[in-house]
Design a protein around this ligand. Structure first.
Ligand SMILES: Nc1ncnc2c1ncn2[C@@H]1O[C@H](COP(=O)(O)OP(=O)(O)OP(=O)(O)O)[C@@H](O)[C@H]1O
Length: 396
């Protein structure tokens, strides 16, 4: 179910929209338009649908239009054309066209925002800061303080409730910002580079906390970042922006496997594939392996036999090699070496590499009860060297 729908949205800063919009339609660039009308094109023809429980990351370089688009979702930026719809129960409200009372209702009940700068009030305690938005919702004092305490507990800051924000570290203040946003209990959370001012370790911890909170609370989140690793880690969907336009919108793995343009490819070249790719996109499919005497040839020494599409045995130079099934619950330390593992085709690359490290063998991927491919060292090196996307291979 769609919770936020952005439809053909243009956002223009300046007073010459009547001239600027037709120039945009004629395909003039942002720089040309700035020269011709003095207007800045903030967002051009953006389309995104964010479903319930999704984390959609808007990613791109500085100035690409991420914050401008995000701010349109709670009506902070005026839309020149198009619609920005946010769910309110069983109807969708157009944030650009609704009246003031509806906008107020949407901002206190449906959409809340977390900023990079924390935006905490220094004269209020941590607890009062978290409770502040609830006061605006009209919640009685005892109830809102109780709720704020619960939220602080969720981000492990309950012991800091009576401190002032300046007594906390940057990471802790950002957690207060998160608690405050989650306390509002709105369906939609807008997050504008909330972790970018933090050092990498704290940042990574907060990303984990956000993922965990999201899992528990099933919020719909739009998150701005200029860091693709962050986007890949937390996003269920990533929209990449360049020069006011969304140039690719895809699932994280697809962004890494099939970058749409050189701009995206440049981001992808610096990412760690271990965190993103899955076995099915790395594997050598069974139909690409040689077959000899009814056996699939893995290499000069090893062959395997299938029956009804399922692995039944693996033969090595000194007889049968044991096989076993791996599941996400398997403890790597207990994995016997010299075992060929059968794994789900969607195994994360990180798990597959770790399994390879412990078992010393290739692994067989299974989907819907059938063997579909194998993962061996060649597949891992291929991905680690960034050769998993078509363009580079075509150029090589
Ligand atoms: N209030 C404003 N008035 C005029 N121009 C603006 C305004 N807000 C943003 N812009 C312009 O819109 C363009 C997009 O800015 P935006 O802040 O959305 O980029 P961003 O991708 O979020 O960048 P960053 O990562 O640096 O925050 C920029 O050229 C910026 O100068």
């Amino acid at each position: 179910m769609s919770v936020v729908t952005i439809e053909n949205v243009d956002i223009v800063f300046g007073d010459n929209k009547a001239k600027t919009l037709p120039l945009m339609d004629k395909g003039h660039t942002r720089d040309q338009i700035l020269g011709m009308t003095g207007d800045v094109v903030g967002v051009q023809n953006a389309n995104i649908e964010v479903n319930e429980g999704e984390i959609c990351v808007l990613m791109g370089l500085s100035g690409s239009g991420k914050s401008t688009l995000l701010r349109a979702v709670n009506g902070l930026n005026k839309i020149a054309r198009g619609r920005c719809l946010v769910r309110d129960g069983d109807k969708m409200v157009d944030m650009a066209k609704c009246d003031d009372a509806t906008l107020r209702h949407m901002r206190t009940r449906r959409v809340s925002m977390v900023f990079q700068s924390f935006a905490l009030m220094p004269w209020l305690t941590v607890l009062e800061n978290v409770a502040f938005g609830l006061e605006m919702q009209g919640m009685p004092k005892a109830e809102r303080l109780k709720k704020a305490r619960e939220q602080l507990k969720m981000v492990s800051l309950d012991k800091w409730a009576n401190k002032k924000p300046d007594e906390l570290s940057g990471g802790m203040r950002q957690r207060v910002g998160l608690a405050r946003a989650f306390a509002m209990d709105t369906d939609v959370l807008l997050m504008d580079e909330p972790f970018s001012a933090l050092d990498p370790l704290i940042r990574s911890q907060l990303q984990d906390e956000l993922i965990e909170l999201q899992r528990r609370l099933n919020k719909t989140i739009i998150f701005v970042s200029h860091d693709l690793d962050e986007a890949l880690k937390i996003g269920t969907k990533i929209a990449i922006m360049e020069s006011a336009r969304i140039i690719q919108e895809d699932a994280p793995e697809q962004i890494v496997l099939n970058p749409a343009t050189e701009y995206v490819e440049k981001f992808v070249a610096h990412t760690n594939p271990l965190n993103v790719l899955r076995g099915s996109s790395l594997m050598t499919p069974l139909n690409e392996l040689a077959v000899k005497d009814d056996h699939i040839v893995i290499n000069d020494d090893i062959r395997m036999k299938l029956e009804n599409g399922k692995l039944i045995s693996v033969q090595g130079p000194r007889g049968d090699i044991p096989t076993a099934r791996w599941t996400p619950e398997t403890i790597f330390a207990n994995v016997p070496d010299n075992t060929v593992f059968i794994v789900p085709a969607n195994i994360a690359m990180r798990d597959a590499v770790e399994l390879r490290y412990h078992s010393n063998h290739f692994m067989v991927l299974e989907e819907a009860g059938k063997s579909v491919g194998i993962l061996n060292d060649h597949n891992f090196y291929h991905a680690l060297l960034g050769k998993h996307f078509g363009r580079e291979e075509a150029a090589a």
